[in-house]
Design a protein around this ligand. Structure first.
Ligand SMILES: Cc1cc2nc3c(=O)[nH]c(=O)nc-3n(C[C@H](O)[C@H](O)[C@H](O)COP(=O)(O)OP(=O)(O)OC[C@H]3O[C@@H](n4cnc5c(N)ncnc54)[C@H](O)[C@@H]3O)c2cc1C
Length: 417
């Protein structure tokens, strides 16, 4: 077990949107980031990484390139000692103790699950890059299995996909993956007569509750036009290997259930003695400082952040995490000022060159909505070389069909001998 000091005295826990941007904005002041991956995942591009319009590697930004002045420790933060001002980190080289003068907690969130029979065994999550690759392989594998099936019922079950949670992640993932399946069917002539079922379930009365109703209604109508079944005011009752049961008793034969019903703050925080709200988010003041701890700061999905320019604490989104990160970096380097951010807009893609966007009071849908969504993400994505790679992927996908190779064994090579 070794001890080291955080660079510039600043230790950032978590290399996601919030932590990555704090370290980047700190610039020459320097910082040490503790992260479980050596990249920041640009989550809004995850649905496209899953559907193959984007190479999955291009949806991430290496932290060492994004924050060249920061030091990275690849590992998991496990415990916090507020008295000694240290954090223990599990690394491949054993446990290391990192000393800090200022601590930034940006440990993000995890998929929010509820105890539904079969969910943890059979549900797929959609939060990480590994989840996106897994989901893509699952869809392609189901097409192969359906093609091999001799029984019509079995084939229909393989071609049924249920998504629970109709927020951004669920709607975008379903739209993109159903496009992938439809494109891929060109190569599966045997499957074309078999109906495909894409089912979207949510307990709320409408899909995409975060956006203005006219845009949400447009998204619902667009998905219905493509044959997507939408069950609102509906809950998930149970899941098994070959069936999903909804609260109203509807039984859906399927092998694929994707759980996209929201996130919960990182549960590790419950083991640390920081002040938490009823949902488990770290309580911070208007300067983003953890209540009662002068040298500890928190932001992003793991924190309850009051916003001087809004009546509510910030929702868990990238655009808020990014603005919080900018303010926090300035508060660490100069006179601290309250955080405040007025949302500029909201954007989402629906596949097939369609999308929805509300920007600066304008509501756009269809192709203009899709174009604005892509332009916005391209603008936000850090590093010119990343932007270029994404543009190349998007350009290629305008002219060529998606790749339908199923790479489920990638990362699991055969053992020698
Ligand atoms: C599929 C999907 C699509 C989304 N689309 C959008 C969108 O279009 N627009 C939008 O505004 N928002 C979107 N979001 C929300 C957005 O991703 C989050 O609000 C944002 O990532 C929050 O940033 P964060 O840094 O707080 O958390 P994260 O980005 O989750 O980062 C947390 C980091 O902490 C690391 N970590 C966790 N535990 C430890 C530990 N013990 N030690 C070290 N490191 C640890 C994790 O590995 C991770 O890198 C989407 C989310 C998902 C899942």
């Amino acid at each position: 077990m070794g001890t080291r000091e955080a660079r510039g005295g600043v230790l950032v826990l978590g290399g996601g949107f919030a932590g990555g941007y704090v370290a980047r904005e700190l610039g020459t002041r320097g910082a040490t980031i503790v992260s479980e991956e050596n990249f920041m995942l640009y989550t809004p591009l995850l649905p496209e990484a899953a559907s193959g319009t984007l190479e999955p590697r291009h949806a991430v930004v290496p932290l060492r390139a994004m924050c060249p002045r920061a030091e990275l420790i690849l590992g998991s933060a496990t415990s916090l000692d507020l008295e000694a001002q240290t954090v223990s980190v599990e690394t491949d080289e054993g446990t290391q103790t990192v000393e800090w003068r200022e601590l930034v907690v940006a440990l993000g969130a995890v998929p929010r699950t509820i105890p539904i029979p079969g969910l943890s065994e059979h549900g797929l999550s959609f939060k990480s890059l590994a989840d996106a690759i897994n989901l893509r392989n699952r869809v392609l594998h189901q097409l192969e299995a359906a093609d091999a099936a001799l029984d019509e019922e079995e084939r229909a079950r393989r071609l049924t996909f249920v998504f629970v949670g109709a927020g951004y992640a669920g709607v975008e993932a379903l739209a993109e993956l159903s496009d992938l399946a439809e494109d891929a069917l060109r190569y599966y002539p045997r499957l074309r007569p078999t109906p495909r079922r894409w089912v979207l379930v949510d307990a709320a009365p409408r899909i995409l509750p975060e956006i203005p109703p006219p845009l949400g209604d447009y998204a619902a109508a667009e998905l219905r036009k493509r044959g997507v079944e939408i069950h609102v005011d509906s809950t998930l009752e149970s899941v098994s290997v070959d069936e999903v049961v909804l609260g109203d008793g509807t039984r859906i034969p399927t092998n694929t259930l994707v759980w996209t019903a929201g996130v919960a703050p990182n549960p590790l925080l419950r083991e640390w003695s920081l002040p938490l709200d009823e949902r488990g988010r770290v309580e911070v003041d208007e300067l983003l400082r953890v209540r009662g701890h002068e040298h500890v700061w928190a932001l992003g999905d793991c924190a309850r952040v009051p916003n001087a320019r809004s009546d509510h604490p910030d929702p868990p989104t990238c655009q808020h995490a990014l603005r919080q990160a900018r303010r926090l970096a300035r508060n660490l380097t100069g006179p601290a000022e309250p955080y405040g951010y007025r949302m500029l807009g909201q954007v989402a893609t629906l596949g097939r060159h369609k999308g929805i966007a509300q920007v600066l009071g304008l509501r756009l849908r269809g192709f203009p909505g899709w174009w604005v969504t892509r332009t916005y993400h391209l603008y936000q994505l850090p590093l010119a070389q990343r932007k270029l790679r994404v543009v190349v992927d998007w350009t290629v996908s305008l002219f060529f069909r998606r790749d339908i190779a199923e790479l489920g064994r990638l990362g699991h090579p055969e053992k020698l001998g």
